[in-house]
Structure formats: C-alpha cells, structure tokens
Design a protein around this ligand. Structure first.
Ligand code: ZN
Length: 309
C-alpha cells in the first residue's frame, strides 16, 4: 500500500514538475499612455485596460511618454495605474529615438529626466526606462554612455522579449470602426489575438534556441482602443495555451533583462538581439513591422481601403 502510494506520489510530483518546467511565463507592459485632450475615449480605454487586468488579477507596468499623455488629464490616467498596484516606469518626455543621429546623448538624458519630474510622484513609480521604438542607440558612445548614466542615476533598462505589431492592428481596427464596420473590426480583433499568440510562440522558440531556456517573458503592448477591447480575450487565449502571468517586477528579475546585449545599433526584442549577436540565420529586420502584417490582413479581406498603400 505504502509502496503504491509513494509510487503515485512520485508520478504526481513528476507530472507537476514537468508541467511547471513547461509552463511559459509572461508579463504585460503597456507603452505610451493616453491623452484625453486629443482622444475622447482615453479615459474609457484606460478604465477598460485596468478592469481587464484587475479581473484577471494581473499586475502590469505602464511606460508613459509625456508626448503621448499630454498634460494633467493624461497624467491622472497614469496615476490610476499606480493606484491599482501597477508599476509606473519612464518612456521619455518627447518619445524620440536614441538611434536618431540628430539626437545627442545629453539631449536624450535630459528628455528622460524631464519625464521623471512628472512621473516620480506617481504611486508605484519605478525608475526603469523603456526606450522609444525599442532603440537603445546608434553609436557605441550613445549606447554605453546611456548605460553609464542609467547606472549612476539608479535606472534600469526595461527591455521586452516579445515584440509585436499591436499598434498596427490598432490602426486597422480603428479604421473599420470609423467606417461604421464593427463586424470587420471584430474580425481584426480575432486576427490580432492570433498574431500575439504567434509572436509569443516565435520569441519563446527563439529564446529556447539562443538561451537554451524559456525565460520569464515581457510583452510589449500599447495603451490603445484595440487592447482596451481585446484584453480579456487576449489574456484568456494565452491562459488556454498554457501561459502563466507574472508581474513585470518579477519577470524583470530574469537575468535576460539585467545583462546588457552588445548589439549595434542596440535595441529590438532582447531575445532578438541575442539571436543577432549569435548571427542566427533567418532573422528579419525590422523584427516586427506593418510590412509583414499588411499582406496577411489583406489576404483575409481585413485591410480597409484607407490603409492600402
Ligand atoms: Zn512608445
């Protein structure tokens, strides 16, 4: 009896440890923020995003850029994220790319500091920097100079492992809604969720190749109308495929995000950057863009005329 029980126990523990080892973990980060002075639905979308996260008991992180939030009304929306326990990071004031040769290191640093002055009083403020366009510098001087500055200023970089084109699907989704075609918008939303599952599977597979393991993933999303509408379905779709959600503060402890990757120009998904450093064949550049998604949507009859080239 004892022997049979312990045999069963061993089998149970084995299946448990196997499923834990197989479980892919994921955290959600949302860039940019919303400006109620420019976008009438800003407060509603912000509320929908927070409700979607709250209902799934997921803690996320928001990276506002002052160029996207505007003034006090947009910052009040950011504050709601902090009040609900989501971390608040920095995405610069003017949302300029550090890979832009016209932008100096000193001006970029000043831009980070300008945003911090508005964000550091937020609840859950966390000195982590999300680079606009995921660009971490076009020269060695800028890339390493910024890394030295971050160290001295107590900042950490906040890379992503899973990059995708949610911003483009949002454009297509919004265009159908603007044309009074909600049924087409719903089909775009479904295509969007398939796209995100596909990109997550791709970057997890690439990570297993270049790191030899599945890391705690960090996904890039934006505060937009599509994510406001799709978040509960998006979360459910990932859970159904065996993904487990953790907070970004937990995911960012993975060594994948603490060790800099010395590509140049620097940036993109950190998994992609590792793959590039290892000169893996078959990497496309840009890693993610509308040029890949447009033909897919067109083939499904989901590209509105207004967005056809
Ligand atoms: Zn951004």
């Amino acid at each position: 009896m004892m022997q049979r029980l312990s045999g069963r126990l061993a089998a149970l523990l084995l299946s448990l440890s196997t499923s834990l080892a197989m479980a892919q973990t994921l955290s959600l980060t949302f860039d940019d923020g919303l400006n109620p002075d420019k976008t009438p639905q800003a407060a509603q979308w912000n509320q929908q995003l927070l409700e979607g996260l709250g209902q799934a008991s997921i803690k996320a992180m928001v990276f506002p850029s002052l160029a996207r939030t505007g003034g006090d009304a947009g910052l009040a929306l950011v504050r709601n994220w902090g009040l609900q326990g989501h971390a608040v990071g920095n995405h610069t004031a003017s949302h300029r790319s550090l890979a832009d040769p016209a932008l100096s290191l000193q001006d970029f640093i000043a831009d980070v500091e300008l945003a911090e002055a508005s964000l550091r009083t937020m609840p859950q403020w966390t000195p982590m920097l999300r680079f606009p366009y995921l660009k971490e510098g076009d020269t060695l001087e800028k890339r390493d100079g910024l890394r030295r500055w971050m160290q001295s200023a107590g900042y950490r970089a906040a890379p992503v492992s899973i990059d995708a084109s949610d911003w483009y699907y949002n454009q297509v989704y919004a265009a159908w809604l603007a044309q009074g075609r909600p049924e087409q918008a719903q089909r775009v939303k479904a295509a969007y969720i398939r796209h995100m599952l596909d990109r997550a599977a791709y970057y997890d597979g690439l990570a297993r190749q270049v790191l030899g393991r599945s890391p705690a993933h960090v996904m890039l999303l934006h505060t937009n109308g599509l994510n406001a509408a799709a978040l509960p379905e998006l979360i459910a779709a990932f859970v159904a495929q065996g993904w487990r959600f953790v907070s970004p503060s937990e995911a960012f402890q993975d060594p994948l995000y603490t060790e800099p990757v010395n590509t140049l120009p620097a940036g993109e998904s950190v998994v992609w950057a590792h793959a590039q450093l290892q000169q893996r064949p078959g990497l496309r550049y840009p890693a993610e863009d509308d040029v890949y998604e447009r033909p897919l949507l067109q083939a499904q009859g989901l590209l509105p005329d207004s967005l056809k080239p």
